[in-house]
Write a protein that binds this ligand. Structure first.
Ligand SMILES: [Zn+2]
Length: 323
């Protein structure tokens, strides 16, 4: 019997706020943060002007201003520089930039909601999101076991929310079980439930250095026209115990955001992805429109479609704009 729990979804002040729908506001913005294992780094990401890969030693430089301006949540991505292997061992090693960043952020910003992206692609030598069989296809069971261990490690390091982005089958139930076993049963799960195989992720793969060495991710991410499959994925993940669900990308999939909002009773997050960020940035730089006006309109669209919170690289700027 599948017993869904409600407590993890209201264990933090920001999560409680997200249980209510509302207009775009500072406390409904999540900033994705790339953390490298070079502690003193502040590396500009060429494909995403204005964004950086930060070292653990410089996180305060990245976050003091935004937190002072009202930032309530970050989504942490580890970007390892060291050796990679077939099972992504670096994802939860003690030196993992994600593990170290979560611990440092928990101490530096006690009120900030820490969401940890859980995936293997930045840590595997083949760049895929799971463990592969000898024929190059995904071994779902081995992948899910490994992802659950990584999620538990991130929860133990300080994440309030673990966010599996791999799109393996039935990983939410496995993560829930692993969190309980690890004594982290109060940690919430944000499932990247409706994650489409999108070309809009291009700049991100440069930022996270997670481009697949061969093939693509269409065997486990959703086909862009797969509306019904997306709904099945979301309903399955909620049934397995997801406390929040995500639609990714956001802007090109507003209809999916609305359908998911109407179909489930958990908060729905939309991810305004790197390609959307780059489009808006470059169009504004070319004089097509005013950046602030365009970003606010894009956020209005995502919230109107049903997003209770939006993950966006514009978060530090938009904090002031949405006031
Ligand atoms: Zn991945």
């Amino acid at each position: 019997m599948n017993r869904v729990e409600l407590h993890p979804g209201c264990g933090h002040e920001t999560l409680r706020a997200w249980q209510a729908d509302g207009p775009p506001a500072a406390d409904r913005l999540v900033w994705p943060l790339f953390v490298t294992d070079r502690d003193d780094a502040c590396e500009p990401i060429a494909a995403m002007p204005g964004q950086h890969r930060w070292g653990v030693g410089r996180l305060r430089e990245a976050l003091d201003g935004p937190v002072r301006n009202g930032l309530r949540a970050v989504l942490v991505f580890g970007v390892p520089g060291g050796a990679k292997d077939g099972r992504g061992s670096g994802a939860d090693s003690p030196g993992s930039p994600a593990v170290r960043a979560l611990a440092a952020l928990r101490e530096a910003y006690p009120g900030l909601l820490l969401i940890a992206d859980v995936c293997l692609c930045a840590y595997t030598d083949h760049g895929h999101c799971g463990i592969l069989q000898s024929d190059g296809t995904v071994d779902n069971e081995a992948s899910v076991t490994r992802l659950a261990a990584v999620a538990a490690a991130y929860a133990a390091a300080g994440a309030h929310v673990v966010a599996p982005s791999d799109m393996m089958d039935n990983r939410v139930a496995a993560i829930r079980a692993a969190l309980k076993t690890a004594g982290c049963g109060g940690t919430a799960i944000l499932s990247y439930a409706a994650k489409f195989a999108s070309c809009f992720y291009g700049p991100f793969r440069d930022a996270a250095q997670s481009r697949p060495a061969f093939g693509d991710r269409r065997a486990y991410q959703l086909p862009p026209a797969g509306r019904r499959l997306a709904l099945r994925a979301v309903l399955r993940d909620v049934d397995e115990g997801a406390d929040l669900v995500m639609v990714k990308p956001g802007g090109p999939y507003l209809d999916i955001v609305r359908e998911v909002r109407d179909a489930v009773r958990v908060p729905v997050l939309a991810y305004q992805v790197s390609g959307e960020y780059a489009m808006l940035h470059h169009a504004a730089a070319a004089g097509a429109f005013d950046l602030r006006t365009a970003v606010l309109e894009s956020l209005d669209g995502l919230h109107r479609a049903g997003a209770g919170a939006v993950i966006t690289y514009f978060a530090p700027q938009a904090l002031g704009w949405v006031r």
